[in-house]
Design a protein around this ligand. Structure first.
Ligand code: NGO
Length: 494
């Protein structure tokens, strides 16, 4: 307190001079996302064989167990979870509200103290703690120590509430286990939403009980989907299901002839063209279908959002499109969810900016009261090639090297869109060209952590020069987990 009073007495400029004349702070640890505040301190903590994990926060036993599980794998230590203060203590922040995801982390020679207002905040803090330990902590098998952490004090909370990844499981299907690994790798960077693109022209990947012919080949049963939702929730990740409408619907139009205006079923489609399919907006059966699908998805989904796509409806008459979206909005309302969609939808609770050539749609959505999730394709689309020679991916939005994907800010990217209009960021991974987990990882790493940092860290602390140094330290972490990442020449990998 006296300290704060002193600071308050100093003018901004004397304060700046006082700080500048101090010995320069030692360079902080290579954390991603960069925390809101890091202060280095004296001494070093060393995790020893007899250490315990102390749990003093209600509802956080699964978080403590998850930390223990992670550390046991590579250290080989027993690390029992005990209900008292211990060498690593997880506790409720006393006397102040750090927000739903905020935490403080203090490392001293005697102990590591992680505090938060919620179990979720503790979970985010655990991710920071992992990154403070040597990279080999990420190994699946036992490694030799030492397991030391330099003394420091962190206070952290996110800039934006929504930090998402999207996986297109329609163009190519990915199993529940593969999705779980994608979640595991992303939560290390404090990602908190998983948007699943479940349907498209090429396939319908979620069982709908009232329309059983939709999903026939490579799909999640409703139990599979529940398992993804459960696994994600355990890691404080909200699943956002997307049923793309009224375009990108060839799979549905092939399964049910009555959904077509001419009553004739379409042929199944395996190509890469977009914009050729549309639900029949004038037919009532379309809205019975929509109601059934939304009802079943709403029942399966605890999260607040239901995404109905709305992108590239080039085969839907514009007036029909408006009509369709208005009715879709009512159906989503009826089942207690909030409508989310790509920017074309220009209504609903949340619109997603994606096409750099059509920024005006995102601006229009804001004018109509929507919040934006920012996924500019020339920055955050993980399916864009890094260079001309990248083995996978597309290049319609340009080539996106690591620096390109990192050097932008959600609150200054679009004229007419300010910080208050932005709910957060998302890194979509479309899979027209991606068939294996190895290919997914190659496109996502190392770009995904940068998008996660843009969503979490204060913009004032971010710079490419600093970031690329921190990123270099993550290569060994991915190697320890056998992540197939792109060794971008922009980074001097450790
Ligand atoms: C576009 C299109 C998708 C493609 C993707 C490929 C959106 C929102 N619709 O993004 O169907 O898969 O590009 O990059």
């Amino acid at each position: 307190m006296p300290h704060r009073r002193l600071a308050a007495l100093m003018t901004a400029s004397t304060l700046a001079t006082a700080c500048a004349s101090d010995v320069p702070e030692p360079k902080g640890p290579p954390l991603i996302p960069l925390p809101a505040s890091v202060r280095m301190a004296e001494g070093t903590f060393s995790l020893e064989a007899g250490a315990r994990i102390g749990l003093r926060a209600a509802g956080a036993a699964p978080v403590a167990e998850e930390l223990a599980r992670l550390l046991r794998r590579s250290t080989g230590y027993a690390l029992p979870v005990v209900r008292q203060e211990a060498e690593i203590t997880l506790e409720e922040a006393s006397g102040r509200d750090l927000g739903p995801e905020g935490y403080t982390l203090d490392v001293t020679p005697g102990m590591v103290r992680l505090a938060a207002s919620t179990p979720e905040g503790l979970f985010r803090g655990v991710q920071t703690l992992r990154q403070l330990l040597p990279a080999k902590v990420e190994s699946a098998g036992e490694q030799p120590g030492p397991w030391t952490i330099a003394g420091l004090s962190i206070e952290d909370r996110p800039r934006f509430a929504y930090r998402g990844v999207m996986l297109d499981v329609a163009r190519h299907f990915f199993t529940v286990e593969q999705v779980k690994r994608y979640i595991d790798l992303a939560v290390a960077y404090k990602v908190n939403h998983l948007h699943l693109h479940l349907t498209d022209d090429q396939g319908w990947r979620i069982e709908i009980k009232s329309w059983p012919r939709l999903a026939t080949d490579g799909f999640y049963t409703q139990d599979d989907y529940r398992e993804i939702v459960r696994y994600a929730a355990e890691r404080f990740v909200t699943v956002v299901p997307e049923i793309d409408t009224p375009g990108h619907t060839n799979a549905a139009l092939a399964a049910y002839a009555e959904l077509n205006c001419d009553g004739r079923a379409r042929e199944p489609y395996r190509g890469r063209e977009v914009g050729f399919s549309s639900l029949c907006v004038g037919k009532e059966v379309t809205y019975r279908f929509l109601d059934d699908v939304v009802r079943e998805m709403a029942e399966l989904t605890p999260g607040p959002y239901l995404n109905l796509g709305g992108d590239e409806a080039h085969s839907t008459d514009p007036a029909d499109y408006e009509k369709f979206v208005a009715r879709a909005q009512r159906v989503v309302d009826k089942y207690g969810k909030r409508l989310m969609g790509w920017a074309e939808i220009t209504s609903g609770a949340v619109a997603q900016h994606w096409n750099p050539r059509e920024a005006e749609r995102a601006v229009a959505a804001v004018a109509r009261g929507a919040k934006l999730v920012m996924s500019p394709a020339d920055r955050s689309y993980l399916d864009m090639k890094y260079t001309q020679d990248t083995e996978y991916g597309l290049d319609w939005a340009g080539l996106v090297e690591v620096a390109d994907s990192y050097e932008w800010d959600p609150a200054t990217l679009l004229a007419g869109v300010a910080e208050k209009d932005v709910l957060g960021v998302e890194a979509p991974l479309w899979t027209e060209t991606l068939e294996t987990p190895d290919a997914l990882e190659y496109m996502a790493y190392p770009r995904l952590p940068g998008i996660a940092e843009i969503g979490w860290s204060p913009s004032s602390g971010r710079s490419w020069e600093d970031y690329k140094g921190r990123l270099a330290g993550h290569g060994p972490r991915w190697s320890a987990q056998s992540v197939n990442y792109y060794r971008s020449p922009e980074i001097t990998w450790e």
